[in-house]
Design a protein around this ligand. Structure first.
Ligand SMILES: Cc1cc2nc3c(=O)[nH]c(=O)nc-3n(C[C@H](O)[C@H](O)[C@H](O)COP(=O)(O)OP(=O)(O)OC[C@H]3O[C@@H](n4cnc5c(N)ncnc54)[C@H](O)[C@@H]3O)c2cc1C
Length: 419
């Protein structure tokens, strides 16, 4: 019998398991499937994850102070986590938030970095051009540049680090998918979990950290479905030579939101008001030994959604040189200067957005909690989201200076769909 079972061994779940495993006299287990070797429609597997990659932008700045605080708390622990686990996952390349000076993105980010005293440089258009001659941004645009304490993390390695420390602290890590969670009331209440391979797990408390897949198994009590919008997203990986990668050596991670430059591709997927929303990572050496610049488009409230497990599976199983990948790759060529594209391909993933724009970190009932709804930017903050959730479920206490109300779970009104 465990004190806590964390369901979902992704970025948030593995962090929650580690934090719980550090508590005295607490028996923890973490249940979730490893990354599949291949994603294919022929395979019966239908539960995937939003972290199957080698890079995620990390930064202490954000247009929203709550998100910025979550990131800062998590990032303050990165180096300790690396040292304790012996796994490196953090590359401190810096990060830049760019756009028109009067645009909401830059204005709000500037307000947050100023009010939170986040170390940064403000790059005027001239400074931006001088600092990054390999970038081709609109002439009049500016950037908030975190030169230090920002860059990118490797999400796969971060999970390896979290699991390793959790295991070292006695956490059982179980490679399986949970199909059902129920509560029994004969005597003291007991949470009971059933996995796809037929294992039965018993625990006093359960934390659900199953991301985009939460509503695809019977995890919450009957009739309760978290209000999650599942957005299919794509990104392109543009292969560059080792020489080009070296030449771009000082390139930081970058997010851009604004009107774009006249030479940027007209058919690029846009945000509301026809704005460009683009993120770009510096050249990174992937496990195949090649260097790639990864780039994708930011999402808006009206982005298309999927809802069924079949749609999600089909999206995860599509990759390669698709028309969308071509559009995303063409942006890398437009945003950089003098870089030769050797090849490119796209990959697909799903993100889980909440109507509150923050993750749900809440109790469904006193013995069941959730930490779901990454809103496309939770990788960097997963250690703090997981920590708050683990403390909430274990001690039924909100252990954060941030307001608990911001993270309240919202359920779907399922009565409407039954009419
Ligand atoms: C293309 C892309 C780019 C992104 N870029 C950034 C970025 O630059 N910076 C950033 O901070 N964030 C970024 N994100 C967002 C970030 O990756 C997500 O917010 C983060 O992965 C959410 O963590 P999670 O633990 O909720 O979900 P996941 O990491 O998906 O983990 C959920 C886990 O639960 C498991 N699971 C699901 N159902 C079950 C079940 N029934 N039983 C057991 N296990 C189950 C899954 O297999 C998975 O391992 C990006 C996301 C995508 C898709």
């Amino acid at each position: 019998m465990y004190d806590l079972c964390v369901v979902g061994a992704g970025l948030i779940g593995s962090a929650a398991a580690r934090h719980a495993s550090l508590q005295p006299n607490i028996r923890v287990c973490l249940v979730g499937p490893d990354e599949p070797k291949e994603r294919s429609m022929e395979s019966p597997r239908e539960i995937f994850a939003s972290h199957y990659d080698e890079s995620r932008v990390t930064r202490r700045s954000d247009p929203d102070p709550i998100w910025a605080t979550l990131a800062q708390k998590a990032m303050d622990r990165y180096r300790d986590l690396e040292a304790t686990s012996g796994v490196n996952f953090y590359s401190e390349t810096g990060c830049m938030m760019a756009g028109p000076p009067e645009g909401q993105f830059v204005t709000n980010t500037r307000e947050t970095v100023t009010s939170q005293n986040t170390q940064h440089d403000y790059l005027t258009p001239e400074l931006l051009r001088q600092s990054f001659p390999h970038l081709n941004l609109p002439d009049e645009d500016v950037a908030i540049y975190e030169t230090k304490n920002a860059g990118y993390i490797n999400p796969r390695s971060l999970i390896t680090a979290q699991k390793r420390i959790a295991r070292d602290n006695g956490c059982d890590v179980i490679n399986d998918i949970v199909c059902e969670i129920s509560q029994h009331h004969s005597g003291a209440p007991l949470m009971s979990l059933l996995t796809e391979s037929g294992q039965k797990i018993e625990a006093r408390r359960v934390l659900i950290a199953t991301g985009s897949f939460t509503n695809f198994r019977k995890l919450l009590p009957p009739g309760q479905e978290p209000d999650l919008k599942l957005l299919p997203v794509a990104y392109a990986k543009v292969e560059v030579s080792a020489e080009d990668a070296k030449r771009m050596g000082n390139m930081p991670s970058m997010l851009y939101r604004g009107g774009g430059a006249p030479h940027w591709p007209k058919d690029y997927p846009r945000l509301p008001n026809n704005l460009f929303g683009v993120y770009l990572l510096p050249p990174i050496k992937y496990p195949d030994g090649k260097f790639y610049i990864k780039s994708g488009n930011l999402h808006g409230p009206d982005s298309p959604q999927v809802s069924t497990v079949a749609e999600v599976k089909a999206w995860f199983c599509t990759k390669g040189v698709t028309p969308l990948a071509t559009k995303l790759a063409s942006m890398v060529t437009a945003v950089t200067k003098g870089i030769q594209t050797l090849s490119y391909h796209g990959d697909h993933c799903i993100i889980a957005d909440t109507p509150t724009r923050y993750p749900y970190i809440d109790l469904v009932h006193p013995d069941l909690g959730v930490a779901i709804g990454g809103n496309s930017i939770s990788a960097k903050s997963s250690d703090e989201i997981g920590r708050i959730a683990a403390m909430l479920v274990l001690y039924r206490k909100w252990d954060s200076e941030l307001p608990a109300e911001a993270f309240k779970l919202k359920l779907k009104d399922t009565s409407k769909s039954k009419l």
